[in-house]
Design a protein around this ligand. Structure first.
Ligand code: AMP
Ligand code: GLY
Length: 436
């Protein structure tokens, strides 16, 4: 099987790495890729958001499958163009990608499908925003109703700040979704979908804020670990039964079947499990950790999803190890990051036991040296027999990365390793079991 992977980030590097480990995958190509990806497979400097360019490349390379990584090409219709060229594609069509591209659309589908989520209102003016904020009360949750790479959401106790964020979205010509605040730990669950069948991957936890203790602004994600030892026992079945399958059924009923990965962002609140958001692609950096544990060959799995064959897939096989991914970000991220700096020490990281580097915002400079080229520069991924060991290994690796001005969180998986995550959702078997 020949596969073309679309996208420039860490998620795509992790996907390429896993595809190369699948004995049925004979060739992997990537576009545009990054320095880590280009060290593994041929890369092509095309505009990944241009449907015709991607379809033409897929035809020229005579690939059997195209895997679209990020949300932007999906929202731009890259999958539609590749499908129209007769090539199976892992990733939803433009119409189905609206589940991520428009938060208002996602809320509409969730309501139709009976999926539990935060109460929400769409606002298009300052008056509507103020009214919605006062209806739900503090903490205030204001979301830009468009693609914002995880950075369009403001959660604050300050009403003026909430209003100002809404106003900046209106000024940019957009609308906002204002929601009730959801308490409790967050979980990311990736559900493979083939238009009618669903297969869930092992759940992960992401760290959205830039600083330790969940302080500072939201980012695309600063680290992740998996599996979640503290998660309620029936969580995955609940996600399939109450969220993923009803959503996939509803999308099929609407005539816009969902093929690809439905990323279910959950809050395990004191009132039960609620969907925070849908994304229509794998999470980054959760994928770096999740795929490090997946033993089932990835190429066959993604092809089954692309072809409507997920009902024929055997139960997934997972490593017993725990995986941790710690993101190393550039100075000034998530604002305009500093770029163009040499990155050193990566070979030493890869030489550590159970540790590997996944590139995100990296490129080769004129001399073929790896330099920073984005906000989230790379992730150090480690496997260990438990979370404590995996964390130790990941942070040993992070210490070896040399990048001027770089920053990382020191508490990825920390609370969980200390048994400090508590799930208080009613009726969950683990609510009583959860450690203090
Ligand atoms: P989103 O882009 O919708 O995933 O939001 C980004 C982050 O904002 C989430 O991962 C949460 O940490 C936070 N967030 C979003 N919606 C809510 C909510 N209703 N209540 C509490 N936190 C939220
Ligand atoms: N890590 C969260 C995301 O990919 O949106």
């Amino acid at each position: 099987m020949k596969v073309l992977v679309i996208g420039p980030g860490g998620r795509e590097h992790a996907i390429v790495r896993s595809l190369l480990a699948d004995p049925k995958v004979s060739e992997v190509h990537a576009a545009p890729g990054n320095a880590g990806i280009s060290a593994l497979v041929p890369t092509y400097a095309i505009d990944a958001n241009d449907p015709d360019a991607v379809a033409a490349l897929a035809v020229r390379l005579t690939v059997d499958l195209v895997v679209v990584g990020p949300e932007a090409p999906l929202a731009a219709g890259v999958s539609d163009a590749v499908r129209a060229a007769g090539i199976p594609v892992f990733g939803p069509d433009k119409a189905a990608a609206q589940l991520e591209a428009s938060k208002a659309f996602a809320k509409e589908v969730m309501a139709e499908a009976g999926v539990p989520t935060a109460m929400a209102r769409v606002a298009g003016t300052a008056e509507e925003a103020a009214d919605a904020l006062d209806t739900f009360g503090a903490p205030y949750v204001v979301k830009d109703d468009g693609l914002a790479a995880g950075k369009g959401v403001v959660v604050t106790n300050n009403r003026d700040e909430a209003l100002a964020h809404a106003q900046s979205c209106f000024d940019a010509g957009g609308t906002v979704v204002i929601e009730e605040f959801l308490d409790g730990p967050e979980v990311s669950v990736f559900v493979l979908c083939d238009g009618s069948n669903t297969v869930a991957l092992s759940p992960a936890q992401d760290f959205k804020r830039i600083f330790d203790n969940d302080e500072g602004p939201n980012t695309g994600g600063m680290g992740a670990y998996t599996p979640l030892e503290w998660a309620p026992e029936g969580l995955i079945q609940e996600v399939i039964d109450r969220v993923a399958q009803p959503t996939v059924n509803q999308m099929a009923n609407r005539g816009t079947p969902f093929v690809g990965v439905l990323f279910v962002g959950l809050a395990l609140t004191s009132r039960g499990t609620r969907v925070i958001e849908f994304n229509v692609r794998f999470g980054d950096p959760e994928t770096q950790a999740v795929l490090a544990r997946l033993k089932t060959p990835l190429g066959g799995l993604l092809m089954a999803a692309a072809k409507g064959d997920l009902d024929k897939v055997q139960p997934l096989r997972w490593s017993k190890d725990t995986a941790v991914a710690v993101v190393v970000a550039a100075e000034n991220y998530p604002d305009t990051p500093r770029t163009g700096d040499r990155i050193r020490g990566l070979k030493k990281v890869d030489a550590l036991d159970g540790v590997h580097v996944i590139h995100a915002g990296t490129k080769l400079d004129g001399e073929g040296k790896v330099v920073s080229a984005g906000g989230r520069v790379l992730a150090v991924v480690a496997l260990g027999t438990d979370l404590v060991e995996a964390r130790e290994r990941a942070y040993d690796g992070v210490e070896l990365v040399q990048l001027d001005g770089s920053q990382f969180r020191t508490d990825i998986g920390g609370k969980a390793a200390r048994g400090q995550i508590r799930v208080t959702a009613p009726g969950t078997p683990a609510a009583s079991k959860a450690k203090a």
